[in-house]
Design a protein around this ligand. Structure first.
Ligand code: SIN
Length: 283
């Protein structure tokens, strides 16, 4: 039988008693979707999913979303290997700053699944932050200031104008296309978005892809973003997962930020990642 253990008072729950390698019953699939809406991130230990099993689990939450710019596995176009080799030292990692995945797309992904294949003996944790609670924690004045505003997102790591310095780029194991002028296109999303199923409001900005708040001048935009980021990843709205091989993590990309901790030089870390879509722009 399925059991649920929240991992913090704000975000994340560990789910036990489920074998994700098998097709889920409609009841279990519905229960998992509800749990994801409630906890934003679900953690399941010791699943050791094959790629077909991971793709089948992905479809429980939405159709597979093929991502641009990041090269997928040669024979699995819907699966990305999130990899840093032991030999890749002093490089950035994929997702190594707070972000909501691909928020610069007109239709950003609804969520993702990571399945841990090889994990360092120590380090390589991932953090998530609850953006429903981050929004709720904003002081009234700040919340009033951002109500109805939109933020500009661009695919900086893949574009030309604001490409990251070499030192902060993910290493060679993550094959990404760079320098595409199309990635520099400005996409406008509401600063506060509403989850299409739960109706809950969440803050929707992140330092990897958000460049500015559309209605503010440059100085005010930077100041307000800095203030928002103070609330976005306060420890009280975060959880941190210490991976073990076989773990599966499912998260809602609409209501969370996440951060891959890059503290494991000298060790190999490999996870398989699939992504699901709701087909909707943030509203
Ligand atoms: C990601 O941003 O999807 C990568 C997360 C991780 O490697 O922990």
């Amino acid at each position: 039988m399925m059991h649920v253990r929240p991992v913090t008072g704000s975000i994340g729950a560990e789910i036990g008693g489920l074998d994700l390698c098998r097709p889920l019953s409609p009841e279990d699939a519905g229960a998992l979707r509800q749990l994801l809406m409630r906890h934003q991130v679900l953690f399941c230990r010791r699943q050791f999913l094959t790629i077909p099993q991971q793709k089948r689990l992905n479809v429980v939450f939405g159709p597979l979303y093929r991502l641009p710019y990041v090269q997928a596995l040669a024979d699995e176009p819907d699966v990305i290997a999130v990899l840093k080799e032991a030999t890749e030292t002093n490089v950035g990692v994929f997702g190594g700053d707070w972000h909501s995945d691909f928020s610069f797309l007109k239709i950003p992904p609804a969520g993702s699944i990571l399945s841990a294949v090889e994990i360092p003996v120590v380090g390589g944790d991932t953090l998530w932050a609850n953006q429903i609670h981050a929004l709720a924690n904003l002081p009234t004045e700040l919340r009033r200031k951002i109500a109805g505003q939109t933020a500009v997102h661009i695919g900086k790591p893949y574009g030309q104008t604001e490409a990251p310095a070499m030192a902060s780029r993910a290493g060679a194991s993550m094959r990404m296309s760079r320098g595409d002028p199309a990635a520099d296109q400005e996409v406008f999303h509401p600063l506060i978005r509403t989850h299409p199923e739960s109706g809950q409001e969440a803050l929707f900005v992140n330092p990897i892809y958000t460049t500015r708040i559309a209605g503010f001048d440059a100085v005010e935009s930077s100041a307000v973003l800095a203030e928002l980021y103070h609330y976005a990843w306060q420890p009280e709205v975060c959880c941190r997962w210490q991976w073990q091989a076989g773990d599966v993590v499912i998260w809602d990309n609409r209501t969370t930020l996440h951060y891959a901790v890059n503290d494991y030089d000298g060790y190999r870390r490999l996870l398989h990642r699939t992504t699901f879509s709701d087909g909707l722009p943030p509203a």
